[in-house]
Design a protein around this ligand. Structure first.
Ligand code: PEP
Length: 250
């Protein structure tokens, strides 16, 4: 199995001073986590300051989104080239808050994904069902639709560079975590789907993260599940001790 990836999504939180303090606290201890890769995704405006705070520590930098055009008249948008320019290696795409609050479709995520891959960024594509979809027994169908739509047209080589985060929407920021069995079931389905879409080797290389109320006290059980290759963490990534405790569990 790939080394677990422990990724923090800071969302629209922190001041610049808080972002720098958080990154510095994580960077100071990052050397201890030989068995996990660490990633922080601060707000765009703090990327450079956080990159400086991280320095040479083994913590990767990522952004929470990117636009699919390289430059030009797209007021307010940020390109993948700009993200690379300030030191990003990763970019989160299709987070449920963007899909459900800002109306991002699989087609938009797919456009962004292709551009991110072309530019050399590692994309983390988020998928996940709403509570009503789970209750209607539609979880597998929703995940299939989001994965095939968001990853449409990728070569097998490109597919191996994608990270997928399964984030049940009902578990994000709610404190309601998926049970390890629920996470394991969807992750097994994801691996099977990727083997059908590409081939078993490619499916085995794609890291599958779980996200949704991951905390220090539930992380080890979730991360111990087969096919769970890491975690995407919102709330708990805003406290260095909690984020590092989750990394230790990985
Ligand atoms: C997220 O933002 O992707 C997330 C999983 O948030 P939380 O850990 O707060 O549920």
């Amino acid at each position: 199995m790939a080394r677990p990836l422990i990724a923090g999504n800071w969302k629209m939180n922190t001041t610049q001073a808080e972002a720098v303090a958080l990154a510095s606290a994580i960077a100071a201890q990052a050397g201890q986590f030989e068995r996990a890769d660490l990633l922080v995704c601060p707000p765009y405006v703090y990327l450079s300051a956080v990159a400086t705070a991280i320095g040479d520590a083994p913590v990767a930098l990522g952004a929470q989104d990117a636009y699919h055009e390289p430059s030009g008249a797209f007021t307010g948008e940020i390109s993948t080239g700009m993200l690379l320019d300030v030191g990003c290696r990763y970019v989160i795409l299709g987070h449920s808050e963007r899909r459900h609050t800002l109306g991002e479709t699989n087609e938009i995520v797919n456009q962004k994904l292709k551009v991110a891959l072309q530019s050399g960024l590692i994309p983390i594509v988020c998928v996940g069902e709403l509570l009503e979809e789970r209750e209607a027994g539609r979880t597998a169908a929703v995940i299939r639709e989001q994965v095939t739509g968001s990853l449409a047209g990728l070569t097998t080589t490109d597919a191996t560079r994608v990270v997928i985060a399964y984030e049940p929407v009902w578990a994000i920021g709610t404190g309601k975590v998926a049970t390890p069995e629920q996470a394991a079931e969807v992750h097994a389905d994801l691996r099977k789907l990727l083997a059908e879409e590409y081939n078993p080797e490619v499916a085995g290389e794609i890291r599958l993260l779980y996200g949704g109320s991951v905390k220090p006290d539930n992380a080890s059980e979730l991360l111990a599940q087969e096919n769970v290759d890491g975690a995407l963490i919102g709330g708990a990534s805003l406290k260095a001790d909690d984020f590092l405790a989750i990394a230790a569990a990985g």
